[in-house]
Each structure stands twice: as C-alpha cells, then as structure tokens.
Design a protein around this ligand. Sequence first.
Ligand SMILES: Nc1nc2c(ncn2[C@@H]2O[C@H](COP(=O)(O)OP(=O)(O)OP(=O)(O)O)[C@@H](O)[C@H]2O)c(=O)[nH]1
Ligand SMILES: [Mg+2]
Length: 237
Amino acid sequence: MTSKVEMVSVVIPTLNEAGNILEAVTTIQKELTYPKEIIVVDGDSTDGTKEIVKDTNFCKLVVEPRRGYGIALRTGMRYAKGNVVVMVDGDGTYEVRHINLLLEKLVKTNADLCMATRMYDPNKAMGLMNFIGNKVITFCYDFLYGQFLSDTQSGFRAISHDALNQVEFHEDDMSFATEMLVLFAKKGFKMVEVPSTYKTRKYGKTKLRKFKSGIEIFTTMLKGFMHKEFIWRRLKS
Ligand SMILES: Nc1nc2c(ncn2[C@@H]2O[C@H](COP(=O)(O)OP(=O)(O)OP(=O)(O)O)[C@@H](O)[C@H]2O)c(=O)[nH]1
Ligand SMILES: [Mg+2]
C-alpha cells in the first residue's frame, strides 16, 4: 500500500553503460518531481561509467563487483532511504521521463508495485525473441499466480519500500525481476501497470543471456508455486 510518496530512491544497476548512463540520470534528475536520491550500483565497469556517475555530483555511486543484475539491485536497495524505490536500467532503453506517471499510479491505486509495461509501445522496439519470451513467461506467471500483468520482464518499477522489507530475495541475476513478482503475488500485494515506451540500445552490449535467464525465470516461477498452501489457496480462489 502506498498512500503518499515522501521520498523516492532510484536504484540503477550499471555494467559498462558509459554511453547511456548520463542521459538516464540527468533525465531522472530533471523530471522526477518528488524528493529523491539516485543510487547507481556499478559492477566495477571498465568503460568510464563510474567516473561519469561521480562527475554528476547528484548521484550516489555504489560499486558492487559481484556479478548479477539481482545482486546489484539488492545491494542498491539496501542503501535506499525513500518510502518508494524505483528500479530502472541504466542503458537508456526505458522511457525514464515517465517516472512520475509510475509514482502517480502507485499512489492513486494504493498499490505496492507499479510497472512500466512496454506491450502497448507503438514503436515495438523490443526484439522479437525477447517479445515472444516475455509473452510466454508473462502468460505462465499470470496463470499460476492469478494476476493480469502484461510485461513481467519490465525492469522499470516503482515499489513500496515497506513491501520490499516484507520479502526475502535470493535470485542473483535476471530472474530477480520475476522473483519479486512471485513473492509479491504470494503476499497478496497489489500490482498495477502504466503503459510506457521502449528504445533500442544505442551503446554497449546486452548482459541478458536469453537461454540461461529463461531457464532461471521458469525455475523461479515454478519453485514459488510448488508450495502446498499456495496451490490450495489458488485453487480455491
Ligand atoms: N552492477 C551490475 N549491473 C548489471 C549487471 N548485469 C546487468 N547490469 C545492468 O542491468 C541493466 C539490465 O541489463 P541489460 O543488459 O540491459 O539487460 P536487458 O535489459 O535484459 O537487455 P537489453 O535488451 O540489452 O536492454 C543494465 O543497466 C545493465 O548495465 C551486473 O552484473 N552488475
Ligand atoms: Mg536493458
């Protein structure tokens, strides 16, 4: 439940995003109208990302040398002081200008999580394989957990800090995003979406290993489902 945004902690994982990070953080600094802190969790990049972040003078830089998207976000969230945490990639692909829309919807619907969904993006910037994989994962997730989300793999989310404190994460890499939705569904937390747009990467390489991540995401979804009381509750609902 989020009735008010007092302060927003924006947590951004980066690994060699020197050509993307400045635009992302300056846009957030300019557009985000609530009291805020911007925490960049860098995986000890070698392309100058850390130096760019330091030079902004408005970001907090945390260096997390252990590999993994989930590890980076979990580390960053430990530093977050806001009552709302926003997570977003530092690769310039999400429309960070829409950050206030996520926060407004979170409060208006009194939700615990608001995600930017890329499924209504008129530019259709998501690659075909990612789009199909996402659709299959999202269909299975909605079916198993009784939700109506359209883009479970979106990494642009506004989250109640209080809700985050009530769950325990274990996933280290890309399946972290799915683990969050699994744990929130099991707690009965309210999850909503806001349509947003998406852009293709202009600089650097993707860190997503599609096959490995796909297996990990399905394992996470099924592991979460395989608890007797949860299956029973789902069947009764
Ligand atoms: N600190 C840290 N950041 C990471 C790590 N792996 C990925 N990231 C960052 O997490 C975000 C998501 O990774 P991406 O490579 O963009 O993955 P993706 O969004 O699935 O793939 P794209 O289609 O290329 O956008 C990016 O900002 C990465 O720089 C890591 O091991 N450590
Ligand atoms: Mg990305």
